[in-house]
Design a binder for this molecule. Structure first.
Ligand code: TUI
Length: 312
């Protein structure tokens, strides 16, 4: 399953685990890298010291490459950008913004930089300023999302740039991975299916909520505030939608979601918390280890790709 991306990153399989806030910590990231994919530590809104500690702990568990995802809306983005470079991570991915101002620093530190984009325009801009690849993330994804679906975004980004494109959003099995290759991707990033793995440290209530989710169970809150976030439906999304329809203020709406992800992931409050997950949650039905999941994904993808030719 070698592609331009596996060679660039020095990994076995072109499968990246999403840098999910509160979920993507070092146990999960190390397990994914150990299994031949690329694990990511999600810096989210955490300060640099937390990220440094996470990187050091991950290094104790694996010699294989892993990365850090930097959420650019974080108040700590500047210090985390510097800390990740100093700690010698191999790969940095970014989300929810434009990482241009950090690019020179990261390239000097010989880091592979992979911005997550939700548009052709940002993908082209990232290629011009030296990105090694881009993740084209469709709005089937959990968490903070853009406008386009994976099906329409990936081929348009693949046509617009020369660097490898990694597809994200709505992928959780070999069929999704093979489809991503057909759209022009050289790799995939997946989140939801890694949340329920054995090595994922999230509260069991969160895992159970994903495992029980049906196809139409996600909702998007925050379209009116400019911060669209996809989560599984619950009391929080119900109240949010009601308030949004009543024309509630930005502050009122943000108050409802504030700290909601932490409450769901750490405390297991899946009723009033923010249970971020992608639309593919309805297909995630089984618990297994990261290695079992990645081996299964590779087996399924290989079987399909044999019918159409090579990965290249
Ligand atoms: O970033 C994500 N997903 C996320 S981040 C997150 S944590 C959070 N916390 C508080 C508020 C908001 C989020 C949960 N999920 N995915 C990558 C992604 N990036 N999706 C969309 C984008 C994106 C959108 C617009 C990237 C760039 C962009 O425009 C930047 C520009 O300047 O053009």
């Amino acid at each position: 399953m070698q592609t331009e991306l596996t060679r660039k990153l020095g990994i076995e399989y072109p499968i990246i685990q999403g840098g999910m806030a509160w979920v993507a910590e070092y146990h999960l990231a190390a397990a994914v890298s150990q299994a031949g994919g690329l694990g990511l530590i999600g810096a989210a809104n955490a300060p640099a010291d937390w990220v440094r500690e996470q990187i050091r702990e991950a290094k104790k568990l694996t010699d294989k490459p892993f990365g850090v995802n930097i959420m650019l809306m974080s108040p700590y983005a500047d210090e985390v950008a510097k800390a990740a470079a100093e700690e010698g991570v191999k790969v940095i991915t970014t989300g929810a913004g434009n990482p241009e101002k950090y690019m020179d620093m990261w390239k000097e530190a010989d880091i592979r930089v992979i911005p997550v984009v939700a548009s052709v325009a940002l993908a082209k801009r990232m290629e011009r300023c030296g990105a090694d690849a881009v993740v084209a993330e469709g709005c089937e994804s959990g968490g903070h999302i853009g406008e386009s679906t994976t099906m329409v975004l990936v081929p348009q980004v693949a046509d617009a740039v020369q660097i490898p494109v990694i597809a994200a959003g709505g992928i959780a099995d070999g069929r999704g991975i093979a489809a991503a290759f057909m759209l022009g991707a050289k790799g995939v990033q997946m989140g939801t299916c890694f949340v329920v793995t054995d090595e994922s440290q999230v509260h069991d209530n969160y895992k159970e909520r994903i495992l029980k989710a049906k196809d139409i169970d996600t909702r998007v809150t925050g379209r009116s505030t400019g911060h669209p976030i996809r989560t599984l439906r619950n009391e929080m999304t119900k109240r949010y939608t009601e308030l949004e329809e009543q024309g509630a203020s930005f502050e009122e709406l943000e108050h409802l979601t504030l700290g909601g992800l932490r409450n769901a992931v750490v405390e297991g409050d899946v009723k009033n918390g923010s249970v971020m997950a992608g639309q593919i949650a309805g297909m995630v039905k089984e618990r297994m280890s990261c290695k079992e999941l990645i081996d299964k994904l590779v087996r399924e993808t290989d079987a399909l790709m044999k019918g159409v030719g090579l990965y290249e």
